[in-house]
Write a protein that binds this ligand. Structure first.
Ligand SMILES: CC(C)(COP(=O)(O)OP(=O)(O)OC[C@H]1O[C@@H](n2cnc3c(N)ncnc32)[C@H](O)[C@@H]1OP(=O)(O)O)[C@@H](O)C(=O)NCCC(=O)NCCSC(=O)C[C@H](O)C(=O)O
Ligand SMILES: [Mg+2]
Length: 290
């Protein structure tokens, strides 16, 4: 999320099928901010149990360094959900990602179940917003529990449920994306954009990253290692932005006491200084990750 204190980079968050041991191994070497070890759509029914065991072992391993490790369990109401949730709580990842969350009541039920299963305090809930029902009550979902750390947009399911099409510029999704962003910002939870399915189309991918970053998303969910580097770059402040932020703060400090100054021809008020300080803090947090 984008607060000056406690900022945790979540520029790039990579899904991987937890049935794919090669991918789980490779993830230890990728410059990704977070991982979603998937038990849901990327895992065939016959492999669900193996995937669950692999994901829990990976979460326990401590071998993923500073990367935030989450497990995406199967949705409420599926035959795997209860066992997934119990196993994930016992493994204690940084987050448990729950797909197809449709109401604030569902979040409260999930949080109660996490407590019943003894999930450690650091294990937070990440709710996926990927249906019309979820979008229409996303404000209530985002505000429902202090255990909720992030909203994750599921654009594939959303496109399916809307009867929409994947088109450049994502016009059919903009209302849903904006409502989710408003909800996340009002409640102070992080928000991650959906995935880009064509792993061979780097230009299209970067354009969609830029759109998400311009809208205010903290980062983007990814499906392939080749998407990590470009995504990190788009969601980080650029060297020019960092330089400008330092210069703006210096201009403000030089005009101490006045409510408004100019910097490089632009009006600067206190809120612009806050934004500049946020850019500097974000850049520092990213650089501290090494
Ligand atoms: C999309 C893929 C199936 C492509 O796989 P593949 O053809 O094997 O890719 P490459 O040969 O280019 O792979 C090169 C190496 O990179 C590793 N790899 C590939 N993908 C990943 C990954 N996601 N994480 C880690 N490592 C990965 C390969 O193992 C190769 O390694 P090596 O041989 O050692 O060099 C595949 O990328 C894939 O499965 N991606 C993830 C799919 C997924 O998790 N989907 C579920 C979430 S998407 C979604 O639907 C979100 C939401 O619910 C919604 O509704 O929108
Ligand atoms: Mg989905």
């Amino acid at each position: 999320m984008s607060t000056a204190t406690g900022y945790r980079p979540r520029r790039s968050v990579l899904y991987m099928p937890s049935s794919n041991e090669r991918a789980l191994e490779k993830a230890k070497t990728l410059p990704v901010d977070g991982l979603i070890l998937d038990l849901e759509d990327a895992v065939a029914p016959d492999h669900k149990t193996t995937a669950r065991d692999n994901a829990c072992a990976a979460a326990r391993s401590g071998e993923y360094g500073q990367r935030e490790v989450t497990i995406r369990i199967n949705a409420s109401g599926t035959q795997w959900h209860d066992d997934d949730l119990a196993a994930a709580c016992a493994a204690g990842p940084d987050g448990i990602v729950v797909p197809k969350v449709d109401s604030a009541q569902e979040v409260l039920g999930l949080v109660a179940a996490m407590e019943r299963h003894g999930a450690p305090e650091h294990t937070r809930l990440w709710a996926m917003i990927e249906s019309p029902a979820a979008v229409l009550c996303v404000g209530e979902i985002a505000a429902s529990s202090p255990r909720l750390a992030a909203l994750v947009i599921g654009t594939n399911d959303l496109v399916k449920e809307l009867g929409a099409r994947h088109v450049p510029g994502r016009q059919p999704l903009l209302t849903s994306l904006s409502l989710a962003l408003l909800a996340a910002r009002r409640s102070g939870v992080a928000i991650l954009d959906g995935v880009y399915n064509d792993v061979t189309d780097l230009d299209g991918f970067v354009a969609e990253c830029r759109q998400g970053a311009d809208m205010g998303f903290d980062g983007k969910t990814l499906i392939h290692p080749g998407q990590v580097g470009p995504c990190n770059e788009v969601f980080a402040p650029s060297p020019a932005e960092i330089e400008d932020a330092h210069a703006l703060v210096a201009a403000w400090d030089a005009g101490a006491g006045s409510g408004v100054v100019t910097h490089r021809g632009r009006m600067v008020e206190h809120l612009h200084v806050e934004i500049a300080r946020q850019v500097i803090a974000t850049a520092q947090a990213i650089s501290d990750r090494g």
